[in-house]
Design a protein around this ligand. Structure first.
Ligand code: HEM
Length: 481
């Protein structure tokens, strides 16, 4: 087989490939992060690769992050890149299926369910859900469990309860969890590549979506009947929302947005929590720091049964847990690639290259986040590198607001697990308090160690969110009271 390249002189160099059309799909699919790093060494920060007939123009490092995240809407859009993949799942008229200005309004409405009073109401729910889960499933004094499965279940319960409300949470065991699962199966890189193909998962997802829609409609109708009873949650926030022109958010959009939020937040948080626990399972010194900080804060030794319920402010102030989440997101950002589809040619500043319309532009912030240029021992998990002194040093290099709950982040930063620009994540603060609270409860109740048979799992690149390769077996041991 002969290696081919197929580049026009005005486009960044094309990665050579053996089979036309398929291009670099196999190499990229097996390990996209390794593929990008290898080609960065050969071609520099910008290059194009072919993947199943699509031309993907990668731009790495902080300039690339800025190029993609801050691309003008008239040049490259997320809607054109993602909608064929997300529409059967989220449904019509929301997020990527809405005109850009409407999507921005929807993001603003969602923020009404992510306020400090909401977070205050969510923390006791997170704690109750995690306690209930482990009381039911982790009944022995010590055991080996599938950590990814357990954490995913805890995340879906905490997220459904707080974002969708107690009514939907109570229906999780009555088939709602299966409907979510059907939607999950459709949200895959395959759907991106084969958006023209009527895959069976597409039709099952549409059916599951319609069924969820029916359930949401009845919950919304029930809430509207009892107008006096206010809930502090996302569903009530959306039911009270209006578009700028005064139109109320239609019930169908409310349901669709709730599904979109669960899909955006569930796997990302579950992957981050699982990676954090796996790293804690091999770093006893960091676990000791968590306990020392908690005991200093609450003024006594905490055990499996006598740990207090922290307030929102206390969760926010858990500095060691904060560093743990931040560091986990640096080396294991669940979303490793960001795409936009080019709709009008884009010149790459400082070069003679122009990315033609029809190409996709790709940023991979995890590439810069794990670059030795920015971090010593960049692939190692070292939460203490986020202690204030080092954080300030990093902030000199990249003008980034790393403060808790940052709502804006410059795209010229090496670490962007929540993206930047108009599509930046609105769930960052929710994710931080959810993950920190789950870790707080679990670390107070259990000690963890890796299962010697499995060790530290590799990354699984087959799904959109980068999970540990399963089965992710881990040992827990109940702590004494
Ligand atoms: C957007 C990551 C949790 C809702 C994004 C983007 C990233 C991201 C990278 C930008 C995508 C792009 O530019 O194409 C994460 C991570 C999370 C997390 C790492 C957890 C650790 C959540 C949660 C929610 C959420 C909990 C909901 C409560 C959204 C929404 C968008 C978004 C609505 C906007 C999509 C857009 O404007 O295109 N997230 N997310 N995320 N995320 Fe998150």
């Amino acid at each position: 087989l002969e290696r081919k390249t197929n580049s026009s002189p005005s486009e960044p160099p094309t990665v050579s490939y053996y089979v036309p059309f398929i291009g670099s799909m196999i190499e990229y699919g097996m390990n996209p992060i390794g593929f990008l790093r290898r080609n960065q060494k050969i071609h520099g920060d910008h290059f194009t690769f072919l993947m199943f007939g699509r031309r993907m123009t990668v731009y790495l490092d902080i300039d690339g992050n800025d190029f993609v995240f801050n691309a003008k809407q008239a040049c490259a859009t997320a809607q054109d890149a993602y909608n064929s993949m997300t529409k059967p799942i989220f449904g019509e008229g929301v997020i990527y299926d809405a005109p850009s200005s409407m999507m921005m309004e929807q993001k603003r409405m969602v923020k009404a369910g992510l306020t400090v009073p909401c977070f205050r109401a969510y923390i006791p729910i997170f704690i109750k859900e995690v306690n209930q889960y482990v009381d039911k499933h982790w009944t022995k004094d010590e055991d080996t469990v599938n950590l990814l499965q357990s954490i995913s279940e805890m995340t879906v319960m905490t997220a459904s309860h707080t974002l969708m409300g107690p009514e939907i949470r109570s229906k999780l065991y009555e088939g709602v969890a299966d409907l979510y699962h059907t939607l999950d199966l459709c949200l895959s890189p395959m759907r991106f590549l084969f958006d023209w193909l009527p895959l069976p998962s597409y039709f099952s997802a549409q059916k599951a979506h319609d069924e969820l829609d029916r359930i949401f409609s009845s919950v919304i109708a029930e809430r509207r009947k009892h107008t006096g009873k206010k809930h502090v949650d996302m569903l009530d926030a959306l039911m009270d929302s209006q578009y700028k022109n005064g139109d109320a958010l239609p019930d169908k959009h409310i349901g669709n947005l709730l599904i979109a939020l669960l899909m955006a937040g569930q796997h990302t948080s579950a992957a981050t929590t699982t990676w954090a626990l796996l790293n804690l399972a091999t770093n006893r010194d960091v676990v000791d720091e968590v306990h020392a900080e908690n005991e200093a804060r609450f003024g006594r030794k905490l055990g499996a049964k006598n740990f207090p319920e922290p307030s929102y402010e206390e969760v926010k102030g858990f500095a060691v847990l904060d560093n743990i989440v931040r560091e986990t997101l640096r080396i294991r950002a669940p979303i490793s690639q960001i795409l936009r589809k080019v709709i009008s040619p884009m010149a790459i500043p400082g070069t003679n290259y122009v990315v033609p319309a029809g190409n996709y532009i790709v940023a991979s912030p995890i590439n810069s986040a794990t670059d030795e240029k920015y971090y010593k021992a960049a692939e190692d998990w070292v939460p203490s590198r986020w202690n204030t002194a080092e954080k300030e040093e990093d902030m000199d290099k990249a003008t980034t607001d790393y403060g808790f709950g940052a709502t804006t982040t410059s795209a010229r930063s090496p670490v962007l697990p929540f993206g930047a620009g108009r599509h930046r994540c609105i769930g960052e603060q929710f994710a931080y308090i959810q993950i920190k609270t789950i870790l707080y409860v679990l670390l107070n109740r259990f000690d963890f160690s890796l299962d010697p048979k499995c060790g530290m799992p590799e990354r699984n690149f087959r799904s959109l969110v980068v999970f540990p390769q399963g089965p992710v077996m881990c040992r827990y041991k109940r702590r004494s009271d």
